[in-house]
Ligand binder design. Structure first.
Ligand SMILES: [Zn+2]
Length: 419
């Protein structure tokens, strides 16, 4: 009987010696084996005794532990999460198991318990053979490939991978085999030639970091913005691509803390960017941003880099697009948004949903669709970020920001700000 999991063997003498364990397990194969008899032949009626063998990649022959009447305690509170600890009497160690399949772990522990009581477990015993390297390979959690020749064409990626990097492999699309790696937390596809992303990347429910630096991407799809990435994705690197704009739904990736957009062709930020309240690091250097959206003021960053954009001088005169009286469409849209009436393309035409999705927010908090005054002003980027990279070679940290006003009254009230 064998169990694959992470193991850390902790000596209970360590704290007395002022030492601590590393708190990190290594991938191991646990086997229940037959204890080789210590004396030649042993007693005639002796039953073979079961022992626990822990093999790791560094120690394939493994370390053996006696089981019969040798277990002080089982800790199984987190067995459903694939974790348990077996405390041995001699040697005085705690064998901490983690990242195991919970049902295999339960089965394994119950056999260990039987062996401890001295019950017959012969049927479950494995032979005492060293574990093969390939058996560890299957349970690899990290794989880094940085050249085309190392890219696996005939072999599959190990299913257990949590971190996969395939850079400089000349990939033109995302390999579908990667999308079956359900444990993936970190996917690095930088320095390839990928043009589009499949929506199924959104099925990688644990994906926290996605690196697409230096590819040929022209967009980031709405489907991806509305996938499970909303709950998992913390870090996204889209720098050195050909992206001109991000969809407004991009701002639904609320868990994002790090976003890199340098060296693209961005002509605008998604205007609801202020909704990315967890964002701490934002860089969009060397793009074509003429100004920032008004919601940019709601960000609370640690680091901001907007160097080398084509920021325009704020316009002195505002753009006035007020409709008096408001059209029926404008008033109903404002009411829907203000009172947060739910809407969707199953209730109203799709183009109206789009209008509502892209409504502008006035400084007063109200919304406007087509009737508004648009003004530009400058803001000091230090107002939203602790560390600011200069926006130009002139040493400036100011950038133009666009603001919307739902009425003349709102514009007049804020006109101090616009001076
Ligand atoms: Zn207003």
């Amino acid at each position: 009987m064998r169990l694959h999991c992470d193991v850390e063997v902790v000596s209970r003498h360590l704290p007395a010696l002022g030492m601590r364990n590393r708190g990190k397990g290594v991938r191991a194969v646990l086997s229940l084996c037959q204890q080789p008899r210590s004396r030649a032949g042993g007693e005639p009626g002796d039953r073979p005794r079961a022992c626990l063998l822990i093999s790791t990649l560094k120690d394939k022959r493994g370390t053996r532990y006696e089981l019969k009447e040798n277990i002080e305690q089982f800790f199984t509170k987190f067995v459903d999460e694939g974790k348990a600890t077996v405390r041995l009497k001699e040697p005085p160690v705690d064998i901490c198991l983690s990242k195991a399949n919970s049902s295999s772990l339960k089965q394994f522990l119950s056999t260990v318990r039987l062996a401890h009581r001295g019950c017959e477990v012969n049927a479950q015993l494995s032979t005492l053979t060293p574990v093969k390297t390939s058996e560890f390979e299957k349970f690899k959690t990290k794989m880094v490939i940085t050249s085309k020749k190392d890219y696996p064409l005939s072999k599959n990626f190990p299913y257990s991978l949590e971190h996969l990097q395939t850079s400089y492999c000349g990939l033109v699309r995302v390999d579908m085999r990667m999308l079956c790696l359900k444990n993936l937390r970190k996917l690095d596809l930088s320095h390839n030639r990928i043009k589009t992303l499949p929506a199924t990347i959104g099925d990688l429910i644990h994906l926290q970091e996605l690196n697409l630096n230096d590819n040929h991407l022209e967009s980031f799809s709405v489907d991806l913005c509305q996938s499970t990435l909303q709950k998992s994705l913390r870090s996204l690197d889209l720098s050195k691509n050909k992206i001109k704009a991000l969809p407004v739904q991009f701002c639904q990736l609320r868990e994002l803390t790090d976003l890199k957009l340098d060296d693209n062709e961005l002509i605008q930020f998604p205007f609801k960017i202020g909704q990315l309240t967890n964002l701490r690091f934002l860089s969009a250097a060397r793009n074509k941003l003429p100004f920032l959206p008004s919601e940019f003021k709601n960000l609370s960053l640690e680091y901001l880099d907007l160097f080398g954009n084509t920021f325009e001088q704020p316009k002195v005169l505002p753009v006035i697009k007020l409709q008096v009286p408001l059209t029926l469409l404008e008033s109903s849209a404002r009411t829907i948004l203000c009172t947060r009436i739910p809407y969707g393309s199953h209730i109203i035409p799709f183009h109206l949903c789009q209008d509502l999705d892209t409504a502008k927010t006035c400084v007063c908090g109200n919304f406007c669709l087509r009737s508004f005054i648009q003004g530009t002003t400058t803001m000091n980027l230090h107002a939203v970020a602790h560390t600011v990279v200069l926006v130009d070679n002139m040493g400036g940290t100011e950038a133009p920001i666009i603001s919307y006003f739902c009425s003349l009254a709102c514009y007049v009230n804020s006109s101090d700000m616009l001076k």
